[in-house]
Design a protein around this ligand. Structure first.
Ligand code: ASP
Ligand code: MG
Length: 421
């Protein structure tokens, strides 16, 4: 059994839906679990619905949701014929779930509503994909992942209950695979014991694929993307970016940690624990080799480059010039977690703590205000954080260019340079 994952770009319109459907069909000579995320930019559009609803603009929320409904329905018209009526019925059930909620008054917090609303993106796309596969004559079954992926109630960043989920996923897969070749389900979403919908964090569908693969002991996971493979740098920014055909699990964890937008960071562990290889392939040209990630250590990798823009340097200096004691630092760290600010790099000096963070203005303002009780806080915006793994001095010099380095940290494998550009 293999697990496939299709992201938003692979189903962004009717023609991509058709191509991805054909690709799934082609591989359905063996049992497949197919994890699908929401179409194109649907998740972003649903976030707007949440914003409108939670700020009391019910009409706007309903109107924006209606746009999504219509686009999904017209896609069905384009793709389906004999499966059209039954697919529309299933979609309408999902629409009702959201509209019922949107007609209500918001009484719970933002994150709760976010998950109840945003989860429909994946429900809609998978219902259509299942309809399409049946239309094409493939043996496919649809599963509402919220019936099998149990999570806690930390909305927008839910933690998976592995024990319960393992049992539920195994039972459901055994049952559905006993008479169907393809099992289609949603990435990114789950549900609590109380049947409240949850989400696993943006771009979380890769993680769902890894969870299913782990639980069902899949032979491999393939993530189908619109890039040919994992590259050593973002090809949109670097003309000379190259493909990396083989990588180790550890390397990918490091890359994700430093902010390379390759694969959702939580994806690797469930695969590594069971030694299940992860393949990254292009749905635009499946004949290309792509990348294979497994436990094998790969020597002589090219320099792997991550450039994060919109970075902020925060400098916390103790007011009375006293040394930073552990206690003061833990106090400051608790403020960082309370405001959900994660330092990308931090460095301690005798009386200051320097932290490079993403620019999330509201969170930073709240953090600095509270930290201001004990520290003088300075802030510098619009910086770039360059991370290079497997660096060599010449390449590094070229990457820094005219940038002025204001903070550096390095290990034998990795260098990070925060700079003004
Ligand atoms: N649809 C979700 C998102 O856009 C999950 C995913 O794509 O993996 O974040
Ligand atoms: Mg996506």
């Amino acid at each position: 059994m293999k697990v496939f994952k299709f992201g938003g770009a692979s189903i962004k319109d009717a023609s991509r839906f058709n191509d991805s459907g054909a690709l799934i069909g082609l591989h359905s000579t063996e049992k497949l679990v197919v994890i699908v995320s929401a179409m194109g930019k649907t998740t972003n559009a649903l976030e707007k619905v949440v914003d409108a609803f939670t700020s009391g603009q019910k009409e706007t929320a309903l109107m924006e949701f209606d746009v999504l409904k219509k686009s999904h329905l017209s896609l069905c018209e384009e793709l389906l014929d004999k499966e059209l009526a039954s697919t529309k019925i299933k979609l309408n059930e999902v629409f009702t779930e959201v509209e019922w909620l949107l007609h209500d008054q918001a009484v719970r917090n933002y994150d709760y509503y976010y998950d109840q609303i945003v989860c429909v993106g994946e429900l809609m796309s998978t219902i259509i994909m299942n309809g399409l596969l049946m239309e094409k004559g493939y043996s496919s079954a649809w599963l509402d992942v919220r019936d099998v992926l149990r999570t806690d109630n930390q909305f927008r960043n839910a933690g998976v209950d592995w024990e319960q989920s393992s049992k539920l996923i195994t039972d459901a897969a055994n049952k559905l695979h006993s008479n169907k070749q393809i099992l289609i389900t949603q990435g990114f979403i789950g549900a609590t014991d109380e049947n409240e919908s949850t989400t696993l964090g943006r771009e979380g569908s890769d993680y769902t694929a890894a969870i299913f693969a782990n639980v069902l002991n899949a032979e491999s996971v393939t993530i189908w993307k619109d890039v040919e493979s994992i590259m050593n740098a973002d090809p949109k920014e670097f003309d000379d970016a190259v493909s990396i055909p083989k990588l180790s699990f550890t390397e990918v964890i490091e890359m994700a940690y430093y902010g390379a937008q390759v694969i959702h960071p939580k994806t690797i562990k469930p695969l590594q624990n069971k030694g299940i290889p992860l393949l990254v392939k292009s749905f635009l040209d499946p004949s290309l080799e792509g990348s294979r990630i497994d436990a094998t250590v790969v020597k002589s990798l090219p320099p792997i480059i991550v450039r994060k823009k919109n970075q902020v340097l925060l400098k916390f200096t103790s007011r009375d010039f006293s040394f930073l004691e552990d206690e003061t630092i833990s106090w400051l760290q608790s403020k960082f977690s309370a405001h959900r600010v994660n330092p990308n790099v931090s460095q301690k000096t005798a009386i200051s703590l320097l932290c490079c963070v993403d620019d999330k203005p509201e969170r930073l303002e709240a953090l600095c205000l509270e930290a201001g009780e004990i520290f003088d806080v300075e802030m510098e915006r619009n910086l770039v954080l360059l991370t290079v793994r497997h660096y060599d001095p010449a390449k590094l010099k070229q990457l820094i260019g005219n940038g002025i380095s204001i903070l550096e940290q390095k290990t034998p494998e990795t260098i990070q340079v925060l700079m003004r550009c």
